[in-house]
Write a protein that binds this ligand. Structure first.
Ligand SMILES: [Zn+2]
Length: 354
């Protein structure tokens, strides 16, 4: 029963949101802006221990900005990660549960307040429990290389994900978000785990991409989507934490490879140096660009759009505004399409004359 009901929950939300639901934006980025220090293997999960109120505050900021879906702070929260910090298994499990409870509480508090306000334009948000890839736990940048080495096989990946998945599911999120999956093997592990554990909460599986064409491992998305396409438990598939300029062609590619909903939440375009653990400066995409992009991505068939690292509530506000106000968005998209064709023509001309 849960399966049908929850499936409707996600589809209802997308419908209510005008055909495309808005996911929140960078979590750690926003924590840092509020002064949290998170240069740590546990990343934002450290805040679950140190400052849970701040996590709730960031969730509320994204809700105010117009996010229809909150992603929990559990991306880097893993049981082995907590154990290595001296916490017991029980304490670790409580923290995982807390990541869901904090988002649910923020959602309920916000919705209670908003509902009293006639004429508001918000949707009751859903909570997606974040499940970071094995590479995110290793914290060695391998979620962007896809290289887990010869010792990591399907069973090992399933065992890594199993207990956390069980704990998160028990905490009662509306959705499950597998994030920055870098290779075919881990995608398959996630799908088999959902099956083995008989998980009836709808999931999305997102890959990262470093070349704009393939998974970070170099495997094609056709290969990566094989197992996913066979599973009814995965409702959406897509890309997170890749730069915005990769997204348009990847949506087109995914459209050809799957019937599932397409989900995209890129980073701001800045580059994370996994080894040095810092952001390298790069061409930044401001909120205006995100407005135009979001319109294009929706037109091309994405049903879930948000932001990843280095995007902020103002990015999400821009996306939400433009997606929920289609009149304005289509005008802008046309201008954008015109402008990019124009630029391409100019470029072609220059090339030709050389
Ligand atoms: Zn990211």
């Amino acid at each position: 029963m849960g399966f049908q009901k929850e499936r409707t929950l996600l589809e209802d939300l997308i419908k209510k949101a005008g055909g495309c639901a808005v996911i929140d934006g960078g979590f750690a980025t926003q924590l840092e802006r509020h002064g949290a220090t998170i240069n740590d293997p546990l990343w934002s999960a450290l805040c679950l221990i140190k400052d849970p109120d701040l996590i709730k505050r960031v969730h509320l900021e994204y809700l105010e900005a117009g996010a229809d879906i909150l992603v929990t702070s559990s991306y880097q929260a893993t049981l082995p990660g907590f154990l290595s910090r001296g916490l017991s298994a029980e304490e670790g499990e409580l923290l995982l549960k807390k990541s869901v409870t904090l988002a649910v509480e923020a959602r309920n508090r916000f919705w209670d307040a908003v509902e009293r306000n006639p004429g508001h334009r918000y949707n009751r948000a859903l909570v997606a429990a974040s499940i970071g890839s094995y590479g995110a736990y290793l914290a060695d940048g391998s979620e962007y290389s896809g290289c887990y080495g010869p010792d990591v096989n399907l069973e090992k990946l399933k065992d890594f994900h199993r207990r956390r998945l069980q704990v998160l599911v028990k905490a009662g999120p509306d959705l499950l978000a597998f994030e920055t999956i870098p290779n075919k093997l881990e995608a398959q592990a996630c799908v088999e785990l959902l099956e083995e554990e008989n998980i009836n909460i709808p999931s999305w599986i997102c890959f990262s991409s470093v070349d704009g064409e393939n998974a970070p491992s170099g495997e094609s998305f056709q290969q990566c989507l094989e197992a996913i396409n066979k599973s009814d438990r995965v409702k959406a598939v897509g890309i997170n934490c890749a730069p915005p300029h990769f997204i348009e062609s990847l949506i087109c590619k995914f459209k050809e490879l799957t019937e599932k909903l397409i989900v995209v939440y890129p980073n701001s375009g800045e580059v994370w140096d996994g080894r040095a653990k810092r952001w390298l400066p790069s061409t930044c995409f401001d909120d205006d660009k995100f407005e135009l992009f979001a319109t294009r991505w929706h037109d091309l068939g994405a049903s879930l759009i948000g932001g990843c690292c280095r995007t902020t509530p103002s990015t999400i506000q821009a996306i939400s505004k433009v997606l929920k106000n289609p009149e304005q968005s289509h005008q802008q998209a046309e201008t954008y399409a015109f402008r990019s064709t124009h630029e391409n023509l100019n470029r072609g001309e220059r090339n030709h004359r050389r």
